[in-house]
Design a protein around this ligand. Structure first.
Ligand SMILES: *Cc1c(COP(=O)(O)O)cnc(C)c1O
Length: 391
């Protein structure tokens, strides 16, 4: 742009600078302008690289997609506004009339709602299987199954998917296998390397790590799938905001360190709780008593994750007594934060199921799920011991 006729309305040129910014600048611009038709056309036709309008992608989302794809060993990836918009993009972008879906019974609460209520309302049938029990696969996964959705480590029972059996079942019927890898993280397992077609993250959680944004990611190796997902995200407006990508990148830089510390803490906490007289059961795949300990050891790259669930003895009132006594540990419906957090699945993520349906999944009313943070373990230990003393 020339400065011949100046107006404050007209945008300025970028200041001259032979250096390059060390950190990724925030590109809040929605629009990118070009000098002529040919230039913009070349970008639209993917003959030249460039951004046009932020719903179709922006530099901050491109940087984030590239980083997570590298962590997941994916050929490419697409950022979305949230974890749920990633899941929406997969279903709405890839399903055709008449297709059906197979989903694990233990999924993130809203994914369960999507597969059991939203998609059936649109005419897509969903069948369910127990991801840790391959004998249930044959009934749920059949030739009209187009998409299979599962998580590697489930919420909140931390059951581990029999992944080799599930990939085989998917291949046998030619279905696309989609893994929500949020709980497991790319360090714990890379689904695409082991036969999944797509991997999803709620970047909101451990990857960004500070509970200050919603963001999602879908990774894949097949360029045709990636193209469809990219188009779906821009057409349906499921795109990620530049600001959230920019902020999430700062969190991502410390992901390895946070995971290491939180995972060590989780392992120690699981042992502490197992030995405590006020606790009747502990669910953590790292414990030899966990029903999926053997497959967790095989699949999870030497770590067992940052989530621990336990059942507190006593009735509902005791649950409140414990939560009030644990006043320094926030009780709130999320996970993957730098700080340790608690939820009670029966009254949050799984409140829409009745108590017998919950019990079928193993979710007792007094089950408390802990998202273990990066505090020094002494602090976590003292907080839990004090609160259990009162409960
Ligand atoms: C939180 C979460 C989601 C949804 O992510 P949002 O960013 O909140 O939309 C999906 N799957 C899992 C496993 C999650 O924990």
């Amino acid at each position: 742009m020339s400065n011949k006729r100046r107006s404050v309305v007209r945008r300025s040129n970028e200041p001259e600078n032979i250096g390059s910014p060390l950190t990724t600048p925030l590109y809040s611009s929605v629009v990118y302008h070009y000098s002529d038709v040919d230039q913009l056309k070349a970008v639209y036709e993917k003959k030249a690289k460039g951004f046009t309008y932020a719903r179709y992608g922006n530099p901050n989302s491109a940087v984030m997609a590239d980083k997570i794809s590298w962590m997941e060993n994916a050929q490419g990836g697409v950022m979305t506004a949230s974890g749920m918009s990633a899941i929406s993009a997969v279903f709405l972008g890839l399903l055709e009339a008449g297709d059906s879906i197979a989903a694990a019974t233990q999924l993130y609460g809203q994914s369960l709602k999507m597969t059991s209520q939203v998609l059936p309302r649109l005419g897509f049938e969903t069948t369910f299987f127990d991801a840790s029990d391959p004998s249930t696969f044959a009934d749920a996964i059949h030739p009209s199954t187009k998409i299979i959705l599962a998580e590697i480590v489930s919420n909140p029972m931390l059951r581990v998917t029999d992944f080799p059996a599930l990939t085989k079942a998917a291949k046998d019927v030619g279905a696309l296998l989609v893994i929500d890898n949020t709980f497991t993280t790319p360090t714990g397992f890379n689904p695409l390397d082991h036969g999944a077609d797509m991997v999803i993250h709620s970047v909101t959680k451990m990857l960004s790590g500070h509970s200050d944004l919603n963001l999602g990611y879908i990774g894949a190796n097949d360029p045709e799938l990636l193209n469809k997902l990219d188009e779906t995200v821009s057409t349906l407006g499921l795109n990620a905001s530049p600001h959230n990508c920019w902020l999430a990148e700062k969190g991502l830089h410390t992901f390895d360190l946070r995971l290491k510390q939180a995972q060590e803490n989780a392992s120690k906490l699981s042992r502490l709780l197992s030995e405590h007289p006020k606790v009747s059961r502990v669910h953590y795949p790292g414990l030899s008593t966990h029903p999926d300990h053997a497959i967790a050891k095989e699949l999870l790259n030497g770590g067992f994750g940052t989530m621990v669930s336990f059942v507190l003895k006593g009735g509902y009132e005791n649950l409140n007594t414990f939560l009030r006594a644990a006043e320094n540990i926030p009780y709130g419906p999320s996970l993957g934060d730098v700080a340790t957090m608690l939820i009670v699945p029966a009254v949050s993520s799984h409140r829409e199921l009745d108590s017998s349906e919950r019990l079928k999944l193993g979710i007792e009313d007094n089950l408390i799920r802990v998202s273990v943070g990066i505090e020094s373990f002494d602090i976590i230990r003292d907080d839990f011991l004090e609160a259990l003393e009162v409960a």
